[in-house]
Design a protein around this ligand. Structure first.
Ligand code: ZN
Length: 389
């Protein structure tokens, strides 16, 4: 039996246990903040890894996030570099969501907050690693598994950890859910989010409007100029626009967020400079002042030669398993963006298949678990015996 078949059978036999595990952690509501739920999940997996004989340590969360978990499998192969798997245990849903909208299975589909993004990925990943630890230690070198608590908020606490772990990483495998059509993810847009604040001068808009300088007129004109920028494989979205306090006053203050996204880092950087220039150089309303600050950024996970090489290895596993292979790019960022920016080959979307992520309609295809888990495990084994990508 091939490694794929063995692992698929192992996971299929554990279907009840796996579904129970997913239910248990869906019921631990885990928004990024407050960290009570993410800490519960980290404790849950800490016990599970330890009871399977896998070394793991909790890494303290910072900036109000929960802790993160780093598990390490030390195989018998003497590889110089390791394989790094990353998942996140936070979701976009607030505490108590699972009480209002409990985990349920209908036919072959599961529902519940975070069921696909990415609680089923965490459980599947754990069992894949458990299987390798039990059966394939002689075939692998070092494998590290990081479950972080803050991906949905741009990794304020775990980004440093990911960047440190990247140093001796041979390949990064990110267990975000596969796309609804089963595709894995080969590239992701990066983002630069800036906050624009415009300060004007307040005045009575009926009696002496000439003494005022409208922050709203200024910010909206700047937004129009910014919206004219052409971005290859990217886009700009303006959100959080507020300004003016009440009627009869020329608005003294206005602000907005400018969200820039692109698949190529070079385009991101160039466009970001153009945005800065528009803001700095043009003043449409005299006596207004504009302040622009970058508040968040995530590098692009670009498609490159290394991605292609990793895809080829993955495709051969799909072929042997007689499964349809597909990959795609996507707009949202993930943990993979940070690894990729440091030159590490990365593939993403290696979790089970799900859809309608971040909505009440989020679902997971239960019968994708054993296949996708078996692909993930086979990929780890295959990469462990590769000397270069
Ligand atoms: Zn996710």
């Amino acid at each position: 039996m091939s490694e794929f078949q063995e692992l698929k059978k192992f996971l299929a036999n554990k279907e009840k246990e796996i579904n129970r595990g997913i239910k248990e952690i869906v019921e631990m509501d885990s928004p990024t903040f407050p960290s009570v739920g993410t800490n519960k999940i980290i404790n849950y997996f800490s016990k599970k890894f330890k009871s399977s004989g896998i070394k793991c340590e909790k890494l303290k969360g910072t900036k109000g996030t929960g802790d993160h978990l780093l598990a390490t499998v030390r195989g018998k192969r003497k590889n110089k570099s390791k394989i790094l798997l990353i998942g996140h245990c936070d979701t976009v849903f607030p505490l108590q969501t699972s009480v209002k909208r409990p985990f349920k299975i209908r036919e072959k589909t599961a529902y519940g907050p975070g069921v696909a993004d990415m609680k089923s990925s965490l459980i599947t990943c754990f069992h894949v690693i458990e299987f390798i630890q039990k059966n394939y230690l002689e075939k692998v070198g070092e494998i590290q598994i990081l479950f972080n608590s803050d991906e949905e908020r741009g990794n304020p606490s775990s980004r440093n950890i990911i960047e440190k772990l990247a140093k001796d990483t041979f390949a990064g495998l990110i267990i975000e859910p596969a796309r609804a059509n089963g595709s894995i993810v080969s590239s992701r847009k990066g983002s630069i989010i800036g906050k624009l604040e415009v300060h004007g001068i307040a005045a009575h808009s009926g009696v002496e409007p000439e003494k005022g300088a409208s922050a709203i007129y200024e910010i909206t004109r700047k937004i129009i100029e910014i919206s004219k920028l052409k971005i290859k494989n990217g886009n700009i979205n303006v959100t959080g626009l507020i300004g003016g306090e009440r009627p009869n006053i020329i608005p003294e203050k206005a602000e907005c967020l400018i969200e820039l996204r692109a698949l190529e880092q070079r385009i991101l950087n160039e466009t970001s400079e153009k945005i800065k220039k528009i803001i700095k150089k043009n003043t449409f309303i005299t006596n207004t002042k504009s302040i622009y600050k970058i508040v968040d950024e995530r590098p692009a996970m670009e498609f490159n030669k290394k991605t292609n090489a990793l895809l080829k290895i993955t495709e051969s596993i799909y072929k042997k398993a007689r499964l349809k292979f597909g990959h795609t790019s996507t707009g949202g960022g993930s943990d993979g963006n940070y690894l990729s920016a440091l030159g590490i080959p990365v593939l993403d979307g290696l979790g089970p298949v799900g859809g309608n992520l971040h909505t009440e309609l989020e679902y997971l295809q239960i019968d994708s678990i054993s296949k996708r888990g078996a692909i993930l495990g086979s990929l780890i084994l295959q990469l462990s015996s590769s000397s270069k990508i």
